[in-house]
Design a protein around this ligand. Structure first.
Ligand code: ZN
Length: 250
């Protein structure tokens, strides 16, 4: 029974992943409401349902459009797979609980922002504004942390990141600052500080790998939102364990 439910969560996740791709790709260029059906990025042909099955369509078509044979970005199936995995893992990890709901909401926030940042280097305001009231309502029903802690988390995020924003002179976008602030509100001060630390560690690690591989040098602006998302998920699943372990050191 458990396995069947996990598989169902995976399938649902990959379908939502496909939707999150569309949201992340369309919101920044404001075509979200104008265009109804999914279409090929190159020949603009509308896709049939056979071409919209997460991951499988990509594999069946060997990563190319049926009509114009243009290469489809592997970003799509990869994000679908990751979302499917995250949905399944969240259910496996937390079972039927309010944490499961929070996890799905977090994934719904993180995935479109990640796609948008990879594609356009933008963290869309619309997404943050859409999710802020949802997380406030969630907080009313299931206070993970007291209100003062949520406000402290958001406040710390804003002060810390505005400081970095001004010191880095545009190295970090204002969208990232707002993204951190929303996560600070969701997680509270202690977990936010861990989240911030982890995102920096991830960013530096991947940045060094990239510089080593491509020899791009320091000038290339790093898309940072994927690391913020990865850090948020790490904290969501393992934050308590990491903080417990850290406190035991003293
Ligand atoms: Zn095409």
């Amino acid at each position: 029974m458990q396995t069947a439910t996990i598989i169902i969560f995976f399938i649902f996740g990959s379908v939502f992943g496909s939707f999150f791709n569309v949201v992340g790709l369309r919101i920044p260029n404001k075509s979200f409401l104008r265009e109804k059906r999914s279409y090929c990025d190159y020949c603009r042909r509308q896709l049939s349902w056979r071409e919209l099955i997460p991951v499988l369509s990509y594999v069946a078509q060997r990563g190319r459009c049926k009509e114009c044979a243009a290469k489809i970005s592997p970003l799509y199936p990869v994000m679908e797979l990751i979302t499917g995995f995250l949905f399944a893992f969240t259910y496996y990890f937390y079972g039927w609980s309010n944490q499961l709901l929070l996890g799905l909401l977090l994934i719904a926030l993180i995935m479109p922002i990640t796609v948008s940042d990879i594609k356009y280097r933008k963290v869309p305001n619309q997404l943050l504004l859409f999710f802020l009231p949802i997380f406030i309502i969630y907080h009313l029903f299931y206070p993970l942390t007291p209100w003062w802690d949520s406000l402290l988390g958001a406040g710390a995020a804003i002060i810390l990141l505005l400081l970095i924003y001004f010191l880095s002179k545009g190295g970090m976008g204002l969208g990232d600052v707002k993204y951190y602030a929303l996560l600070g509100f969701i997680f509270g001060l202690e977990q936010f500080l861990l989240l911030f630390l982890l995102s920096t560690v991830y960013g530096v690690m991947i940045g060094m790998v990239k510089m080593g591989v491509k020899r791009t040098g320091r000038k290339t602006k790093l898309t940072f939102a994927p690391f913020i998302g990865l850090a948020a998920l790490t904290v969501f699943y393992f934050g308590d364990v990491i903080i417990q372990w850290y406190k035991q050191l003293f």
